[in-house]
Design a protein around this ligand. Structure first.
Ligand code: NAD
Length: 451
């Protein structure tokens, strides 16, 4: 089938490449001419596992091309996926829909009868209906459907090829048939396909993100209580997660969530719910947001206490800049927010990340970046682990202890093996857990809790 994918960022690039890979003819469109030039040459503008290979194959096959022209897109295909950003508005908590609206307005004069616009961007409930109304005057017969995107940065290609579910919100049998045809390989592979109305589809996305954000903030609230009580939040998380009704995923006490989705999605959901008279139903999302933001302050506060109350003249190694492992995305990254706060409060901060240094430097050129962990940790008074990259779990704490001035680790992600770090001579701190002092194996094993 032929289709355009409009907006070639994290979602659009992956979607376009995957659609071409399963046999469709795809035209990717963006207003960013540099990005389109790079994509046309088969170079992905983002770091995502497997994407370079997939993109190169799709471009070489001739099934994936790129353009900056919506008119060319409307002439090429009748199905148009909209994957542009929906960031938080500068003047409030609601979603900024100007990019979505610009795409629809730009396409409208060129659309052919029977065209289908399929939104993938995360939008406030009612957006598809509003766009359909807007188009009704300009191009009668164009339908607007919504097919929210659930991919996770870091495993975006895998998530697109084999999603856990597909959700489409349509207003006609024709649109349902088009969507089923596009996703045939996934449906045949057993991926659940939920076909519903556009409002429900729009809400599935924000409800899912709200649930996950709530789960993260819940365990972080428990970590705060554990800190006050001298209890261990990581044992608590494992013990409550063993209940199959709760489950252990997304139950890791730590620095909290960030990125370009959860924070702005829960705020936009609360703002939209208020507009439609359901604000009280999601008022808890404000608390979820507050708990999450507080975790960054808590880590900074804990670091300050570990350094005796002042950052002045102290050197801190920060491991991680991306908002999550597997991605080079630093939008609303908790790790970077902490690094910036430490520097503003007088610390000398060095930041390491396996993939996100270029993006981090573009937004925070004032920080010092280093390409290897040893250099980052050289003469550090404190090491902060802030993004849970797998390579940090493989670090050798014995070797690293010889690099630093003082072997003190603050594991903001509660992800490193505290026991082996303490046995290597480190004092290990983590949100919600009792401190682990450098200790012989017997003591460390006891302090590590149940296994
Ligand atoms: P992004 O910022 O990486 O990419 C957006 C792209 O749209 C950019 O390349 C930009 O140049 C382009 N664009 C803007 N205006 C345009 C226009 N008028 N015409 C053509 N192109 C235009 O955004 P993203 O992270 O890919 O997210 C896109 C949407 O998908 C958002 O609504 C987001 O909430 C949602 N989403 C994102 C993820 C994720 O993990 N990033 C996951 C699920 C859903």
């Amino acid at each position: 089938m032929r289709m355009t994918v409009i907006g070639t960022g994290y979602v659009g690039t992956v979607h376009a490449a995957c659609m071409a890979d399963i046999g469709h003819e795809v035209l990717g469109i963006d207003i960013d001419a540099d990005r389109i030039a790079s994509l046309s040459a088969g170079r992905a503008p983002i770091h995502e596992s497997g994407l370079d290979e997939l993109l190169g194959r799709a471009v070489a096959s001739g099934r994936l091309r790129f353009s900056t022209s919506l008119a060319e897109g409307a002439a090429f295909a009748k199905t148009h996926f909209v994957c542009v950003g929906t960031p938080q508005r500068a003047d409030g908590q609601a979603a900024d829909l100007r990019y979505v609206d610009a795409v629809v307005d730009g396409l409208a004069p060129h659309l052919r009868p029977g065209s289908l616009i399929v939104g993938k961007s995360t939008v406030p409930v009612g957006t598809a209906a509003r766009l359909a109304e807007r188009l009704a005057d300009m191009t009668p017969g164009t339908e607007v459907a919504w097919n929210p995107e659930f991919l996770r940065e870091g495993s975006a290609v895998q998530d697109t090829m084999r999603p856990e579910r597909l959700v489409v919100g349509v207003t006609s049998r024709h649109a349902e048939d088009v969507m089923r045809a596009i996703y045939t390989p996934m449906i045949l592979a057993g991926v659940p396909f939920f076909c519903t109305d556009p409002a429900t589809a729009e809400l599935v996305k924000v409800a899912a993100n709200s649930f996950l954000a709530t789960k993260i903030s819940f365990i972080n609230a428990m970590a705060e209580v554990c800190d006050a009580a001298g209890a261990d939040a990581s044992v608590l998380a494992r013990a409550i997660g063993a209940d199959s009704r709760i489950g252990s995923r997304f139950l890791d006490p730590g620095l909290g969530f960030g990125g370009s989705c959860f924070p702005k999605d829960i705020r936009a959901f609360a703002a939209r719910a208020e507009e439609i008279g359901a604000g009280e139903s999601v008022v808890f999302l404000h608390e979820v947001d507050r708990i999450n933001t507080r975790q960054r302050q808590r880590v900074v506060g804990q670091a300050r206490r570990l350094l005796g109350g002042s950052f002045t003249g102290r050197r801190i190694a920060v491991l991680g800049a991306a908002f999550k492992p597997g991605s080079d995305d630093v939008r609303d990254s908790p790790a970077l927010a902490v690094a910036v706060a430490l520097r503003e409060q007088g610390a000398e901060v060095r930041v390491h990340d396996p993939e996100a240094i270029d993006n981090a430097r573009a937004v925070h050129p004032e920080l010092t970046y280093t390409l290897d962990v040893d250099k980052t940790c050289e003469d550090a008074d404190l090491v902060l682990h802030l993004t849970d990259w797998p390579e940090y779990r493989d670090l050798d704490p014995v070797a690293l202890a010889s690099q630093v001035r003082s072997p003190v680790l603050l594991d903001g992600r509660n992800a490193l093996d505290a026991r082996s770090w303490s046995m290597a001579g480190w004092t290990v701190h983590a949100p919600g857990r009792p401190r682990l002092s450098p200790a012989p194996a017997k003591v460390a094993a006891f302090a590590g809790g149940a296994s």
